[in-house]
Design a protein around this ligand. Sequence first.
Ligand SMILES: Nc1ncnc2c1ncn2[C@@H]1O[C@H](COP(=O)(O)OP(=O)(O)O)[C@@H](O)[C@H]1O
Ligand SMILES: [Mg+2]
Length: 185
Amino acid sequence: MIDFNADHALEIPDELRKRIGMPRESVDVNAQVEAGIAAVQIPRQIEFVADLAAGLPSITCTALDLVVENLLLNAIKAMHDKPGVLSVRTWLDERLPREPFIVVTVKDTGIGMSKDELGRLFEPRQAGHRGGGLGFGMRWVRGWVRRAHGLIGVESEPGSGTTVTIRFQIHAHQTDRLPQGGEPA
Ligand SMILES: Nc1ncnc2c1ncn2[C@@H]1O[C@H](COP(=O)(O)OP(=O)(O)O)[C@@H](O)[C@H]1O
Ligand SMILES: [Mg+2]
């Protein structure tokens, strides 16, 4: 059993190292988002909505699945076994036709964060971090998004919930033959 666990423990940094280098391969955004969703067990009392726009261009990112997985785990933790709505959406923002973005949002109706907590969200292991996690998740999430030249924004309201929005700029020519995108209603 010790051997088995030691082997398993040694695989973890290997797996992570693969995700640390600069991303090279182009990945299907929705396939990555779906893999992130599949990695998480969503409690029965939570209404889960996945609204993924078809035909999005691929992007270069090593760990979008882990990004989504981490955000979902945080959202579920913030929802405290209470009923609520958890949604994941992807869409193409073409409001500026020459500056199109792929947008990924994870939105929860959990306890939210105060301004102070929000300000410390990316700092690992701050006092005030709730729950049993190590407190490194959001720092990793931001690292993965930045290495893929993406931007991450977080809006939160204590008592009503949190929305994390990730944007990846793409080239205008990548959207030439795609169906019309837009912000979901
Ligand atoms: N969706 C969310 N709703 C409310 N609080 C959140 C949410 N996501 C993160 N947080 C807060 O930020 C802290 C840090 O998150 P994270 O870096 O993922 O570390 P961990 O999940 O290990 O605590 C969490 O402990 C929690 O207090
Ligand atoms: Mg976390």
